[in-house]
Write a protein that binds this ligand. Sequence first.
Ligand code: ISL
Ligand code: CA
Length: 557
Amino acid sequence: AATIKWWQQAVVYQVYPRSFQDTNHDGIGDLKGITAHLDYLKQLGIDVIWLNPIYRSPNDDNGYDISDYQQIAADFGTMTDFDELLQAAHDRGLKIIMDLVVNHTSDEHPWFQHSCQDRTNQYRDFYFWRSGNGKKAPNNWDAAFGGSAWQYDEQTQQYYLHTFSTKQPDLNWENPTLREAVYTMMTWWLNKGVDGFRMDVINQISKLPGLPDGPLKPHSQFGDARVTNGPRVHEFLQEMNQRVLSQFDIMTVGETHGVTPADALKYAGADRHELDMVFEFQHLRLDNSQHGLGKWSTRKTPLVALKKVISDWQVGLEGRAWNSLFWNNHDTPRAVSRFGDDRPAYRVRSAKMLATCLHLLQGTPYIYQGEELGMTDAHFTELASYRDIESLNAYRDLVTERQLLSPADMMARLAARSRDNSRTPMQWDTEVNAGFSDATPWLTVNPNYHQINAAAALADSDSVWYYYRHLIQLRHQYLLVTLGSFKLLWADDPQVFLYERQWEGQTWLVCCNFTADTLSRPLDQYLTPTAKCLISNYGEQQPNKLRPYEAWVYQLA
Ligand code: ISL
Ligand code: CA
């Protein structure tokens, strides 16, 4: 019999606590709000909850700037609330994994505050402090949220490195004392009973020695930061695994942007003793700007390229390493708006189609809160609606300061790609603010909550929600979904995603129409009269025809 790890057959549900459920009338979601909805998640059938950061934080980047790793942010509640949440989850057979953000801390973390005191402070070397060249920063690296990756500090007259915002100084993993401190903190959480970690930008923890300049970016005075997949990253992860991870029965997933399948074999290879799986973005980068504006683009993802990337990952990792499967998270637009069609006539159908396509692949699927309802992008029309530091900084940089884009152009790009698109509050019912909060929410609720909400979904057996539940059941029931091999068919078809899974003599065929057109395709060659439909978003298929956003899975005889 095949040996299988529990996290290979699991489905993860991502909770963005700030936007899930407010219980104390401050417009901010909290831990008690998550506990209150555990039965909802259990009913959906998921196995694991991933919580975005809930630690103490000045909140410059919605909690990804941590000032105390072992305290709960006051916005979210108390450690007692957390212990209750963990217990209540475990009582229901649900696991909880925590966000681990150890590439950087907040500038308000005591380590950083100490390190600012003087050049010889014992915490100085926990961070990257460097002298500049006259008035120039130590190198040309850019920060992910705009500007230079170096910030000058008057007190000690040196610069510190921050690859994200100025309030997120990078930790120096070359320092063994820092690594020890991180391992101790991780062990503390695992002893508490948490079931693993999602590791934020974990492939950035080893920087290129000497911190050399990167190649200049188009439209920019800055160069690419040389921070991913550095020379010591695997050594650090193996040390972390040996010292901490291997001591517990947990799941670990590394957020690793900019990795290839070959890199993933190193991070998440079965024989590597590093991480259980990677979480990578190649399939989410295919609609980036072709004019050097990175993610700020309104292009659509070309299906042929998408299929190739997905196929390369499926084939490249099979039997050797493990990947995550996702269409969206708290940093991206909503799946149905980006890859499907969020117009009322097609929203439900295309949300189910996308779910079919993703959940039948090999890997561990992640459902981002609200995806199971087919929630859509925010479609904000005013800059004042946005809260995200990345979006606000990009507007200031591209429109206000450098005048590269007109306000209207940038607003269209934000509407297409801002991280706030997926961060609007969870839509529970038709009460005020979608039942999320009776106070003004920190981020505006999408007005479409009158149609799109959990109560309506649960009352409609044909909803996106029940379709997700069915897909999760298929994964739990059939080993083929977890372990079967993958084969892409019709690689050049620009409208249809067709693939096959095989396991122990059985073959399943997965077919997805990614367009609003009715298509004819020679499907008869596969679908003999004895083929059995396992799930579909229209009912029985019609011979050699695909209706708008039609999706189905057949078990071939
Ligand atoms: O959000 C992105 C682009 O819009 C990504 O490039 C993102 O910066 C990258 O995937 C790292 O994301 C993670 O770390 C960030 C944090 O802001 C994100 O929310 C988090 O998912 C810094 O901690
Ligand atoms: Ca609250």
